[in-house]
Design a protein around this ligand. Structure first.
Ligand code: ACK
Length: 933
């Protein structure tokens, strides 16, 4: 602090014995101290506010012996701003010549300094502390600003304290270089005022642009970036990756600032170079300005279809169907070009805008050109337009009605029709329309068209009366329909099926005999298939296994659906491969329908994908009202899906359990008839289901049952080895015929066995076949000729049919077409369903099966003990009491008059037992007595 000998700097050591460079003064005993220490010139580097951190020690005056009177405990800090280093100048010029004393020079210099603050110590030390070598270091920070020159000096003034200045640190704060929201903000020095923010405009990084406004940030005096405003985004053709803008790859584009990433070009468009902002359309495809960039390129539609005209004197009605191909657009419109045919072959003349005023003369010929256009038709100059042309003569009468319709050959499901041309065709007959419906069911009818005056109507029900009407069409339109003609299809014919003539309901089963309607010579041949006659024209199922590449089978038998046409709305269950959902399917040009959507869960193997789609390639080959219909598959996007028609009531077993006892026998038989009809179709196709069970039947809102679940099935070849080549999947024992369990002989006859079990499930409202018996016990019991007893309230005819399905010898089981026939008979003749099973067969007894032989004869049934009877109604606990009371046979039980005597005291149990005894009496024709509680 002074120039004298108590010289500074001096080295001390810190606690680690590292040297500390300190300046110190301690002239507490002397009067009038004014000691100065000043720094070198410090460059501000542009900072307007600097911070000064001081570290020093200060001696406590009270601890000094004697000179306390002059001792101070503070010092002052000053600064002085200049644009250059004055020490250097002084050395040269200022010192000499001017003739001022050193004292005066010093005073002058000191006067230029401006005081920053008086600095006091938070902690001072005493001699005692010194003895302990305890350093009581003070740290004080002051800030200084605004500074306006290039640099400054700091000075410290001592007025008689005992101080050691250990360090002086001078610094300023700055906001560092930053990249935020794709904008670069430079290293920035804050403003001079404490709360001041310096606004900085960022620079967008390469290939980016400001979005809406230039990005800004604010640098605080603390050196922090605050309050970001606006941002940069990559320019079109680029996308943001790792805080920079990277060019879109070939095949990708980015058009809008608002979208973030480059997108794949939409269908029928390409980006051949990197950095595309739009994709260009492939040849023959177009886009109009109003099409959004992510929309596929489209093309003009194909021509309208099925155009017909209808003339009413001087007006013409034109009617057509939408084009096959809409070009991928929804804005299809139609142009109609009308031209009048000039008389005498003088050519054509535009009809002009007033076509409706054209001559009211009779018989003017017009030619109409009908064309479909859409939004891109204008652009597609080279596209060959598809016109439909119609030639029309006004004032032309429609053809007169067809007067007679004749019946030709009649089959069980077809009728051949023929008719004569109308008496007054009034033009060239273009086609005939045949309308038909089942008699008394005219709310739904079918229309088919024919160019000839004959046709075979197929797909009819056997033994049913149909109404037919025919009308003709010329360019003038349709004539009136003929009057109604009623024709009936032939009844079903049977091949010998059963050996048991004693059961009356089976007498409808007749001898073999069949003659086929004349359709085409090829069809006159009969084909044999799987041991029964297979009618020509019925397609045969093709095992997808015969395809080397299973994808090929999927391609062949299923239709790919674009996932955008499907909305998944609900999850309805869990399938083997993933969730089963439902939602609407909106195929272009088709009415929206509800569908079930089976999904393949993520992470599947190639094998799982194949197994999953396997079902679709089987289902896709079927087309029958009692087989679940495949709408298509989604394989081009993920998840992979199978889309089928939606069945509102879900699977049959759950449906029946939910509605226990709610249906009439006729309704139940109707369901069974549907299942049998679906199975007849499958067996005709040569397809063996292998897993026919109520859980694999789906029910729609009209109670129509459809066979589903074609997952694990395989058709069996004649080769016996084929039975062993399956995946060895689990066999559903309770539903499977013994020969299929024993040696995997799966045939339509084994499906018939399963069908019998389904019948039992249906008639018992979803009861589990063989209840809680183990699979092993089931196999054993069946092997020993025991069969399921008839369900409660089951018509005898149905139970006989079930028992027939469970014939050990599979050739003795009925065929599906015989089953359909029998059920049809029962439905037509409901009184045949009145006869209900005898009591002993009706009991739901878990440990009691019926000996198969028992239903063959009429009377023999296995006799039941009182214990078994009580067990069957879950009252087995009273067996002993009944025995003790002397009721050891059902005959004596049936005579019982007082239940209390036996010791049954609970009201609920009394009721249950009495109800059962009364039932028993009905069956023993002993209804006269009553039982007292
Ligand atoms: O008994 P559910 O309701 O009927 O539960 C199962 C579930 O999905 C898993 O298979 C239901 N399900 C399957 N296919 C269809 C369909 N086509 N329509 C309605 N429900 C279906 C089935």
């Amino acid at each position: 602090f002074t120039t004298d000998t108590t010289k500074i700097p001096k080295y001390e050591f810190d606690e680690d014995y590292a040297p500390i460079h300190t300046y110190q003064v301690c002239r507490v005993m002397e009067q009038n101290q004014n000691n100065w220490l000043h720094t070198n010139w410090i460059l501000t580097e542009g900072a307007q506010r600097v911070f000064i951190e001081l570290k020093f020690t200060l001696r406590d005056c009270n601890s000094l012996p004697g000179g306390v009177g002059t001792c101070k405990e503070t010092f002052n800090m000053y600064y002085y701003e200049t644009n250059g280093d004055e020490d250097e100048m002084e050395d040269g010029e200022m010192r000499d010549g001017v003739g001022i004393t050193e004292e005066e020079d010093r005073a002058m210099k000191e006067s230029r300094y401006i005081k920053i603050d008086t600095i006091a110590a938070d902690e001072s030390f005493t001699e005692l502390d010194l003895g302990d070598r305890v350093m009581k270091l003070n740290t004080e920070v002051r800030d200084l600003g605004p500074l306006n020159r290039k640099g400054f000096y700091l000075a410290f003034q001592d007025l008689g304290a005992c101080i050691a200045l250990v360090s002086v640190r001078v610094f300023y704060k700055r906001c560092p270089f930053l990249v935020k929201s794709l904008a670069e903000f430079p290293d920035t020095i804050p403003g001079s005022e404490a709360s001041q923010l310096v606004e900085v405009v960022g620079r967008c990084v390469n290939n980016s642009l400001p979005l809406y406004e230039p990005p800004r940030m604010h640098c605080s005096t603390e050196g922090e970036w605050l309050v970001p405003i606006g941002k940069c985004v990559c320019q079109p053709g680029f996308e943001e990756i790792n805080r920079s803008c990277q060019v879109c790859k070939v095949g990708f584009y980015r058009s809008l600032l608002e979208s973030l990433a480059c997108s794949k070009c939409p269908p029928h468009s390409v980006a051949r170079q990197t950095g595309a902002t739009v994709c260009s359309c492939e040849d023959g495809y177009y886009k109009i300005d109003s099409d959004p960039p992510n929309m596929a390129c489209t093309r003009p539609p194909s021509g309208p279809r099925n155009a017909i005209s209808n003339v009413n004197e001087t007006s013409v009605f034109l009617e057509w169907s939408i084009p096959m191909e809409t070009g991928g657009r929804k804005d299809v419109r139609y142009n109609i070009l009308c031209r009048r045919v000039l008389p005498d072959g003088r050519g054509l003349e535009e009809c002009g805008p007033n076509v409706r005023f054209l001559p009211r003369r009779s018989h003017t010929n017009y030619s109409f050109l009908l064309e479909a256009v859409n939004g891109v038709s204008e652009l597609a100059k080279d596209h060959a337009k598809q016109y439909v042309s119609l030639n029309v003569t006004t004032n032309q009468a429609a053809p007169s009605p067809v007067s007679v319709v004749r019946k030709g050959h009649t089959g069980k499901s077809s009728i051949a029709l023929s008719w004569a041309e109308p008496d007054r065709p009034n033009g060239i007959i273009l086609e005939y329309e045949i309308k038909y419906f089942e008699k008394e069911q005219d709310s739904s009818y079918t229309i088919i068209k024919s160019k000839d005056t004959e046709m075979v109507v197929e797909g009819l029900k056997p033994s049913s009366v149909y109404i037919f009407q025919v009308r003709a069409r010329t360019s003038a339109g349709y004539g009136a329909f003929s009057r109604r003609f009623e024709f009936q299809t032939s009844p079903y014919l049977y091949f010998s099926a059963t050996t048991r003539g004693s059961v009356s309901v089976f007498t409808c089963v007749l001898r073999c005999g069949y003659s086929k309607a004349k359709q085409d010579p090829e069809e006159e041949k009969m084909h044999f298939h799987n041991g029964h006659i297979k009618f020509p024209g019925v397609r045969t199922y093709i095992d997808p296994l015969t395809y080397e590449d299973p994808n090929q089978a999927v391609h062949e038998f299923t239709q790919e659906i674009d996932v955008s046409f499907i909305s998944i709305e609900r999850i309805i269950g869990a399938g083997e491969f993933g969730e089963v959902c439902s939602g609407p399917l909106r195929l272009p040009g088709k009415r929206e329908i509800q569908v079930a959507i089976k999904t393949l869960k993520a992470g599947y193997t190639e094998q799982q994908r194949r197994d999953f789609l396997w079902e679709a390639s089987i289902m896709g080959q079927f087309n029958h009202p009692n087989i679940i219909r495949l709408e298509g598959v989604v394989t081009k996007s993920k998840p992979v899906m199978i889309i089928t028609e939606y069945m509102e009531n879900g699977s049959l077993d759950t449906f029946l359990k939910k509605n226990d006892g709610q249906f009439t026998v006729i309704q139940l038989v109707g369901m069974l008839r549907g299942i049998a009809s679906g199975m007849r179709y499958l067996s005709d196709m040569g397809y063996v289901h292998r897993d026919l069970a109520a859980r694999n039947i789906l029910v729609n809102s009209n109670l129509v049952c459809k066979v589903s679940d074609f997952g694990l099935s395989r058709v069996l070849e004649d080769d016996p080895e084929a039975a062993y080549t399956t995946r060895g999947g689990k066999i559903p024992i309770r539903w499977t015929a013994p020969e299929a369990i024993a040696y995997r002989k799966f045939t339509s006859a084994s499906d018939v066995w399963s069908y019998g079990i389904v019948m039992w499930e249906v008639m018992s409202y979803g009861e589990r076949p063989y209840w809680e018996m183990s699979n092993q016990d089931v196999i054993k019991a069946v092997e020993e000729s025991y069969r399921l007893p008839g369900p409660m309230d089951c018509p005898e005819a149905l139970y006989h049919l079930m028992m027939d399905c469970w014939q050990r010898e599979r050739s003795n089981r009925p065929k599906f077409d015989e089953i359909v026939c029998l059920l049809d008979k029962l439905i037509r003749n409901p009184s045949s369903l009145k006869k209900i099973m005898r009591l002993s067969l009706c009991l739901r007894v878990s440990n009691l099966l019926v000996e198969h032989a028992s239903v063959e004869g009429d009377s023999h049934t296995r006799s039941q003990t009182v214990g078994e009877w009580l067990d069957s109604i879950k009252m087995g606990r009273y067996t002993e009491l009944f025995m003790e009371g002397g009721y050891s046979s059902l005959e004596t039980v049936a005579q019982m008059t007082d239940l209390r005597r036996v010791g049954v005291n609970l009201a609920g149990h009394q009721k249950k037992i009495i109800t059962s005894i009364q039932e028993m009496r009905v069956h023993m024709n002993n209804t006269n007595s009553t039982v007292n509680i």
